[in-house]
Ligand binder design. Structure first.
Ligand code: F6R
Length: 369
């Protein structure tokens, strides 16, 4: 059952290192290449693709947003991500050279199902990324890559999200491998990093006590904002969604670069703002820009809650609360950066007396459009 935890959500958060490792199991061979035999779409078809379109809802949509960064960077195939509920109603451009990826934990989400049916009618191949064996979405797709999160009972998705990310990275790297684009040192190194990443998730889980204390101290707040950029932007959206669902608070995620185009007007004295900071290595220009964003909002009174890599000293002077995550390659950072946001939302909801596993008005699987 709950295995000693008060809520399924806490149990499922704790299971994430295993869920991530299980989703990688058997998919990376001894030589460091990917073997995704489940992806029953021929190598020649994969080589002919001219675009990838990802459709999903809610948390799965956020996984799709992150996948876009990985797919375009590693494979140079244009990738669009769309809310499944919007997709078919705007007459999207699809043909046999489009690969549509439908991401769904339950495999029963009606919006996603209708989107994939529409894609197949246009002659596109559909690959499902799904956590539920034999559910409708994989049954109606051309191929499926299962996530191995195990059953997710809490309504708010946690371990399924991390495994969706892993599956998206695997698909992106596999496309790179099959098509030979950018194949070489970088992709080989990423596969190695990915195969070690569950240890980093474990490490984050061991340091969550200050995050819980912080969450409890914010229980009477009305609004929390989340900022990020690059892959940290969808992480910010996910942090905000978790907080809405569980704590019933006003929470919004923004791309940090958009701050000056409007959202900065929301900043006022003592407003909690969570900032997901990209690695100072890699795309360090983004790191510098986000450090200035943190300074700007703090100068306007925001209470800054900064999620930054270990060893990133530049952020420390502007962080009212500093949450450390292990260093990872840029594109993999969401696997560690999301975890504190899940813990934060869960603890805040508990502090507000909310039912964590069964938030009001929500259902685990949404089988109506
Ligand atoms: C958020 C959440 C929902 C689901 C969404 C899609 O915590 O659980 O946003 O992610 O309803 O569900 P699936 O993945 O089952 O298609």
């Amino acid at each position: 059952e709950k295995g000693g935890y008060d809520y399924f959500m806490l149990k499922e958060i704790a299971e994430q290192p295993k869920a991530v490792a299980d989703t990688l199991l058997g998919r990376i061979d001894a030589g460091g290449s990917l073997t995704l035999d489940e992806v029953r779409i021929s190598a020649s078809e994969l080589r002919e693709l001219d675009k990838v379109v990802i459709v999903a809802c809610g948390t799965a949509f956020h996984a799709g947003l992150i996948a876009k960064y990985a797919i375009e960077h590693w494979t140079r195939i244009p990738c669009e991500v769309e809310l499944a509920s919007e997709f078919r109603y705007r007459d999207p451009i699809l043909d046999a050279q489009s690969l549509v990826i439908a991401i769904s934990q339950s495999g029963e989400t009606m919006d996603t199902l209708m989107a994939l049916r529409h894609a197949r009618e246009q002659g596109s191949k559909v690959l499902a990324i799904c956590n539920t064996n034999g559910s409708t979405i994989p049954r109606e797709s051309d191929a499926v890559l299962y996530t191995h999160a195990g059953p997710e009972v809490a309504v708010a998705s946690t371990k399924a999200f991390l495994t969706q990310l892993v599956a998206c990275y695997l698909v992106a790297l596999y496309l790179g491998q099959v098509r030979g684009t950018k194949w070489g040192d970088e992709i080989g190194a990423v596969i190695r990093d990915l195969s070690r990443i569950s240890g980093a998730v474990e490490q984050v889980l061991e340091t969550m006590e200050p995050v819980r204390a912080l969450a409890r101290s914010l229980a009477d707040k009305k609004t929390v904002l989340f900022l990020g950029r690059h892959v940290g932007y969808p992480v910010a959206l996910e942090g905000a969604l978790k907080l809405k669902e569980l704590a019933y608070m006003h929470a919004e995620g923004f791309a940090a670069g958009e701050l000056k185009h409007g959202p900065i007007a929301l900043i006022e004295e003592d407003l909690p703002v969570v900032v997901v900071v990209p690695s100072p290595r890699g795309r360090s220009i983004l790191h510098d820009k986000i450090v200035s964003n943190i300074q700007e909002i703090r100068a306007r009174g925001a209470r800054t809650i900064v999620i930054a890599e270990e060893g990133d000293e530049a952020v420390a002077p502007y962080a009212d609360h500093l949450i450390r995550i292990p260093a990872t390659p840029t594109l993999l950072q969401p696997l560690v950066a999301t975890v504190p946001l899940q813990v934060f939302a869960c603890e805040l909801a508990t502090a507000r007396g909310n039912e964590v596993d069964q938030p009001r008005n929500l259902a685990k699987s949404v089988t109506v459009e």
